[in-house]
Design a binder for this molecule. Structure first.
Ligand SMILES: [Zn+2]
Length: 346
């Protein structure tokens, strides 16, 4: 089968790899019908050391179940499924608490040797298939596929940032980052009833889309100027809830500083440093720091009805579609900010 293999920073190739097949009785194999490139895929695209070994990329997909192992009970061949970015058993105490990304059998897709295979491919083996995959209605509307695909990561992740930062009706929210997760964070904040939603971003096409999705204000400044601007927009104190959707030191520092005293920061940008910026500031302002890998598997149930009835349209974050052969150029386009988020139809 063909799959997207990243060999080193900037070196993405579509290659023949061994076919995905059942290895454990709780596995399923899905044929990928939609996948996409994630902002977090750009971190290895910028920095992967060839010594770390080549990896099959991709952790977001919709697919059709092709094979199931002997212990799989919730799935049938032919089921249309959403594949969250992490595998989970669905039965351990963390899964039962709705925190599937801390499952005792957790594993991530598309991260190389320490995880499972990748979804930017023709097919993929899904460990713990019963707990991991979410079955969609077989007659799901083609036009909704982009939005349904966001349930695999970005919409659930934006929602997690909103939940972790305690977004509530009538309150103020700042969203740090205008990538796909930041934009989904805007959707999530609006959905949860926030009154003021300030998006911090510098790309006019993206912040324009943010306004269409519910942002009330745009702050294009960075650093201290951005902090001053957000405080000005929030009566001098900062936002009740801050969604950190980037993961860099500078963005984290800004996120902490735009939170009002007693507010909260929900971190979903994958941290690129071991220590967290803004630690001292968050202490003196009694700011709660929360977040982590989003349990998107738990959120599908809650978000799916709003996608089906058109209340939210997170699929609008996709602005380009490629076939498998077009994936390497898709990485280039996202890395150069020419594309916001690229959908893959293998
Ligand atoms: Zn579990």
């Amino acid at each position: 089968m063909r799959a997207t293999v990243m060999h080193a920073a900037g070196d993405v190739r579509v290659e023949d790899v061994p076919d995905a097949k059942i290895e454990q009785p709780n596995d399923a194999v899905i044929r990928i019908t939609r996948a996409c490139i994630c902002g977090s895929d750009l971190w290895p695209y910028k920095s992967l050391d060839p010594a770390e070994g080549a990896r099959i990329m991709g952790h977001e997909a919709i697919g059709v179940v092709e094979e199931i192992g002997g212990d799989v009970t919730n799935l049938r061949k032919g089921d249309l499924v959403v594949m969250p970015f992490a595998s989970s058993d669905g039965t351990c105490e963390f899964c039962r608490d709705g925190l599937q990304t801390e499952c005792v059998h957790r594993g991530f897709f598309g991260v190389g040797a320490e995880g499972f295979g990748g979804a930017q491919a023709e097919a993929l083996r899904i460990p713990n298939a019963d707990g991991t995959l979410y079955v969609l209605a077989a007659d799901s509307d083609e036009a909704l596929m982009p939005s349904l695909l966001t349930l695999a990561d970005v919409m659930g992740t934006g929602h997690h940032a909103a939940v972790a930062s305690n977004v509530e009706p009538g309150k103020s929210v700042a969203v740090v980052g205008d990538g796909a997760v930041g934009l989904c964070g805007v959707i999530a904040a609006k959905r949860l009833g926030a009154e003021q939603i300030i998006v911090l971003g510098r790309h006019a096409d993206r912040t324009d889309l943010a306004r269409e999705l519910g942002a009330t204000d745009v702050v294009a400044e960075r650093g201290e100027e951005a902090v001053a601007r957000v405080r000005e927009l929030t009566g001098g104190f900062g936002a009740h809830s801050v969604l950190e959707c980037v993961g860099l030191d500078a963005s984290t520092q800004t996120a902490v500083e735009v939170a009002r005293p007693g507010g909260a920061v929900g971190r979903v940008g994958v941290p690129q440093e071991e220590t967290m910026a803004g630690g001292r500031g968050s202490f003196y302002a009694n700011v709660t720091i929360a977040g982590g890998p989003a349990p998107v598997r738990a959120y599908i149930e809650e978000l799916l009805p709003d996608i089906l009835d058109g209340a939210i349209e997170p699929g609008r974050v996709f602005d380009r579609t490629v076939d498998l052969g077009g994936v390497p150029d898709g990485y280039r386009a996202m890395n150069e900010r020419e594309a916001l988020k690229v959908m893959v139809r293998p």
